[in-house]
Design a protein around this ligand. Structure first.
Ligand code: CA
Length: 225
């Protein structure tokens, strides 16, 4: 899942991003309000962490404009305690939660997890065909023979994205943006490399799920009984 952090204190933004990446989220950072709003409106994010005091455009304005377009994306506001009261207005305009500054980084991570786990709290696995992706154990398992194998973070994110969009063709760009981030320095052949790791692991557990390459279009997850 993908998170946007809109925060002008670069050290704090970096700290938040690093902590959330440890929980396997893909994280992008915007350091001012205008860029933050543009990115927030891209529809790419599952959750946005939004500071209030920002250069160019403040967090409350961003939230209001965002909610005109997108009612679904989760928003957690960050705010200094002193601002809280007169800013409470902002929470009426559609924030899902707020975290007063200064906060403990683990508390913010817990709030993020709580927001994103709503509705799937009971499910700790994702299924497609005979394939099971186990969130807690970071493993994939084949239902028909119970063979399983461990997967690393990127492989996990890749499979999670594919399994969440079964039978849909996902372009390289879409997958790349989703998993490596817009400003990633990763080289583009990383995607092929991880596709090949994941395919090997699917074969290793004898799953009938496979990743098909659709020429000039992208990739699609398929299941053949
Ligand atoms: Ca700020």
């Amino acid at each position: 899942m993908r998170i946007l952090v809109v925060e002008d204190e670069k050290a704090l933004a970096g700290l938040v991003a690093d902590r959330l990446r440890r929980d396997r989220y893909t994280v992008d950072i915007s350091n001012d309000g205008e860029e933050g709003l543009d990115n927030a409106l891209s529809g790419m994010y599952d959750l946005i962490i939004l500071d209030i005091m920002l250069p160019k455009k403040d967090g409350i304005e961003i939230l209001k404009e965002l909610r005109k377009e997108d009612k679904e994306v989760k928003v957690i506001m960050l705010t200094a305690k002193a601002e809280l009261e007169d800013r409470l207005l902002g929470f009426g305009s559609g924030a899902n939660d707020y975290v007063p500054k200064p906060f403990h980084i683990d508390e913010l991570a817990a709030r993020v997890n709580a927001q994103l786990n709503i509705g799937k709290a009971v499910e700790s696995v994702l299924e497609f065909g005979d394939l099971i992706l186990d969130y807690r154990a970071s493993r994939i398992r084949c239902k028909s023979n119970n063979e399983d194998v461990g997967i690393n973070n990127k492989e996990f994110q890749l499979l999670e994205y594919l399994m969440s969009n079964p039978d849909r063709i996902l372009s390289r760009e879409l997958i790349y943006d989703r998993i490596w981030g817009m400003d990633s320095e990763a080289v583009s052949n990383n995607l092929e490399a991880y596709m090949s790791f994941v395919r090997k692991k699917l074969r290793l557990i004898d799953s009938h799920v496979s990743i098909k390459t659709i020429r000039n279009m992208g990739y699609r997850l398929e299941y053949e009984e």
